[in-house]
Design a protein around this ligand. Structure first.
Ligand SMILES: [Zn+2]
Length: 263
């Protein structure tokens, strides 16, 4: 198998899905139909031709401006497209290196990546996490579990998801009482349910810890002048989940090696 060729195809798929994610992240919070309308410029509302819609390439050719009204196109689009391509390559790397559960890992990482990038756009720009997106991801993940590992593992992951979901509601309840304001968004709680079902109960707690640290560092740099102190937490949860999922295989392998040496 020629990995380079497949790698390039995965990269292109990542770019296309990145473009899709940015589009969904913009359309869902703004209540624009996600399938009926073709892509258009948000300023002059003119429909884009297909060659104005090629991920990254069009942005460079159009010099970052709309072909009709010359309005600046947000740099978010090429960044999301490239990030998506990078995460898809990461998934592909897992596919090559993990020989026991390879196709499963690949599909989970690309699923989480696309959910992550839609959430980055919708949560950062509009403070909105789509129930529909979380639900679709959850269904896909549960179907993947069932298809690859059977009923028992699927049931376990559903229990993990529900447990984390319940725990988060409890944390929110306590947080609201202590801080006398909304401590956790409903979208974040639902995302944690998805993450619990995907990576399991204990890894989800580690993921929660890591995302809090990333969120804290981010808030120190980005929102120092913002008095409202609303920091979108969903994207940090999802990127931590991807990292946990990605590294758990290697950590497991590492631990096994250590155990083997020490015994
Ligand atoms: Zn325009």
């Amino acid at each position: 198998m020629n990995y380079t060729l497949y790698g390039i195809l995965v990269f292109i798929l990542g770019l296309i899905m990145g473009s899709f994610s940015a589009c969904m992240g913009y359309r869902i919070p703004n209540k624009i139909s996600t399938y009926k309308e073709r892509s258009f410029c948000p300023k002059c509302k003119k429909q884009l031709k297909w060659y104005m819609n090629i991920p990254v390439v069009s942005y460079i050719f159009l010099k970052g401006r709309c072909a009709y009204c010359k309005e600046k196109i947000s740099l978010i689009y090429p960044i999301i497209e490239l990030t998506s391509a990078f995460l898809y390559l990461l998934a592909f790397e897992m596919y090559i290196n993990t020989n026991n559960i390879n196709v499963y890992s690949f599909l989970v990482v690309i699923m989480l990546s696309t959910t992550f990038l839609i959430t980055v756009v919708s949560d950062f720009l509009y403070y909105y996490i789509s129930d529909r997106v979380v639900l679709i991801s959850l269904i896909v993940i549960i179907l993947l579990k069932y298809f690859f590992f059977g009923f028992e593992v699927t049931l376990n992951s559903i229990i993990s998801g529900v447990s984390i979901f319940a725990l988060m509601i409890f944390i929110k309840f306590c947080g609201d009482k202590i801080f006398k304001k909304e401590s956790l968004g409903g979208g974040d709680i639902k995302l944690m349910g998805l993450i619990g079902a995907t990576i399991g109960f204990v890894p989800s707690l580690i993921c929660l810890f890591i995302s809090s640290i990333i969120g804290l560092i981010f808030s120190l740099f980005a929102h120092s002048d913002d008095k409202s102190h609303i920091i979108p937490f969903g994207p940090f949860l999802l990127i931590s989940a991807i990292l946990c999922f990605y590294f758990s295989y290697y950590i497991e392998y590492f631990m096994e090696t250590i155990l083997r040496i020490s015994l």
